[in-house]
Write a protein that binds this ligand. Structure first.
Ligand code: HEC
Length: 212
């Protein structure tokens, strides 16, 4: 009886210690390691959430270079990564990010390329594009009546992570014409699943038009 009481007290003390000392310590460690943009509280909760830490936690599966001088890195989260290459459609919980850059130009205005014809990254594009698949979205999570099954879209300011002011309707309309699961880069995902090396894809078209 006394022993149980003593053990329970020790347990209570350990929990208190964890709550008062370890948890704040961990929180401080996590936030000090966090190199992604500040002010996550500025992001609205409805719709697609800003995927903080995608550079650390997600996997880059492809880079797309276009003749208009843009470079885009495509990242997928662990849930999506576990599903790529194996299923026709990506699993619920998949989050994919497109982070873009303008290509560096030399003094004569030509894009600087390496031996493989790859551009050099200069300034980042103003927004990152995000797609997230869930089993359920509420009406308040959408900005228009357009739907792509379980997918929803988000656009966030590259520097701050705040919601970027652009129409998400265009995302739905364009991705609606993608051949597999509203996703354009399925081939790049499959390549990554079999090789483990991110595809460097030279797209021949400009803007956001589908590559051949
Ligand atoms: C006119 C067509 C078009 C529009 C509009 C468009 N996209 Fe895309 N998107 C593409 C293409 C094509 C790709 C393939 C990668 C590439 O070429 O950069 C792509 C790739 C993506 C990917 C990577 C996964 C995938 O589907 O391949 C995400 C995430 C994404 N877009 C989000 C968005 C968001 C968010 C918006 C709206 C703010 C948007 N897209 C608007 C054409 C479009």
């Amino acid at each position: 009886m006394i022993r149980t009481f003593f053990n329970n007290n020790r347990l209570t003390l350990s929990i208190a210690f964890a709550a008062l000392v370890i948890v704040p310590l961990l929180a401080a460690l996590v936030s000090s390691n966090d190199s992604t943009p500040a002010s996550p509280t500025a992001v609205a909760v409805a719709g697609v959430a800003y995927p903080r830490n995608y550079r650390q936690d997600f996997t880059r599966y492809a880079t797309v270079q276009r003749p208009d001088g843009t470079i885009r890195d495509l990242y997928i989260n662990p849930t999506g990564l576990a599903g790529i290459g194996y299923y026709y459609s990506l699993p619920v919980g998949t989050v994919i990010v497109v982070e873009g850059y303008n290509a560096l130009k030399n003094a004569s205005g030509d894009y600087v390329t390496d031996a493989n014809g790859h551009y050099t990254k200069a300034d980042p594009l103003p927004s990152i594009h995000v797609r997230e698949k869930r089993g359920y979205w509420a009406a308040a999570d959408y900005t228009s009546s357009a739907r792509n099954d379980g997918w929803n879209f988000g656009s966030f300011d590259t520097a701050s992570g705040a919601i970027y002011n652009e129409s998400l309707n265009a995302c739905f309309l364009c991705h609606n014409t993608a051949q597999v699961d509203f996703t354009y880069s399925t081939d790049q995902m499959r390549d990554y699943a079999s090789t483990g090396v991110p595809d460097y894809f030279m797209c021949r078209t400009t803007g956001r038009t589908a590559c051949e």
